[in-house]
Design a protein around this ligand. Structure first.
Ligand SMILES: [Mg+2]
Length: 274
């Protein structure tokens, strides 16, 4: 019998904005009832897993904080695993700042940087920053040019919001790439650090010998699945459409109209009573 583990994207899969998508709660309950290990993985670093848990709860979807992996948390776990402690300069939102404080390595903020603290910075970590300023870019640039390691939480250059496509973390990372001439390590989907962190977290919920990635974006979720040998399950409730699939070299293994179809699809693949 195949043992399944599932990584689910959130935005465009479980909800859009503040609206839960049809069948999202039932699908999550199904995974819990069946004891199928699953984690939720988002490239967004502006919020903490705790605030995502609350957001989901407002929609009637109950998951523990341990099941939620943001690119901010993934960045922290990856840094803990691979890097030596050193001071961090953050260009990012509250969620990322909290994760970086959680490292306990020390934070240099803009005020500290102004007083010369940028010279002591060993890591410049860049995510989506709704309060981006020239000063942050300036000190981030100076620190990277001074030898600090350059890390980006996720590659998304845009994200869909009310008025259209807004600049994403990838756009801010691109600014620092331009001003430093350095290539960053990018943590989020479709990259290897996100895979390493998500699969390790998945393992804490049980054994599996096959992983499915359920997502709405071809360039992140589906590319991520294909790159790391996961089954790519695409839903049509988010960013990418069937037309996009036809025009793309990245092909999902299966397309569902929405998350509501996932339980039935799992039953069919695992077999009755499996
Ligand atoms: Mg999504």
């Amino acid at each position: 019998m195949m043992k399944l583990g599932i990584i689910l994207d959130m935005d465009g899969v479980l909800y859009r904005g503040e609206e839960p998508l049809k069948g999202a709660r039932e699908a999550v309950d199904f995974l819990k009832e069946r004891g199928i290990p699953f984690v939720l993985l988002t490239n967004n670093s502006t919020k903490t897993p705790g605030s995502y848990r609350e957001k989901l709860l407002r929609m009637g979807i109950e998951v523990s904080e341990e099941r939620i992996v943001t690119s901010g948390l993934a960045t922290r776990l990856y840094m803990e695993e691979h890097f030596k402690p050193g001071k961090v300069f953050v260009i990012g939102g509250e969620g990322l700042l909290e994760e970086m404080k959680g490292l306990g390595w020390g934070i240099v903020d803009v005020e500290g940087a102004k007083e010369g603290g940028w010279r002591d910075v060993e890591y410049v970590v860049v995510g989506l920053d709704p309060d981006l300023t020239y000063e942050k870019l300036k000190y981030g640039t100076l620190a990277v040019r001074n030898g600090a390691r350059f890390i980006g939480t996720n590659p998304d250059t845009t994200y869909p919001a009310e008025e259209g496509l807004y600049p994403g973390a990838g756009a801010i990372v691109a600014a620092l790439k331009a001003s430093t001439g350095e290539e960053p390590i990018i943590i989020g989907k479709p990259n290897e650090p996100a895979y390493e962190v998500a699969v390790e977290r998945l393992r804490s919920f049980g054994d599996f010998d096959e992983v499915w990635m359920v997502g709405d974006r071809l360039d992140t979720d589906i590319a991520f699945a294909k790159r790391f040998g996961m089954k790519a399950v695409m839903v049509l409730t988010g960013v990418s459409s069937l037309e996009d699939v036809e025009g793309s070299g990245t092909r999902p293994d299966v397309v569902l109209t929405g998350i509501g179809e996932l339980p039935e699809y799992i039953e069919a693949e695992l077999g009755e009573g499996g």
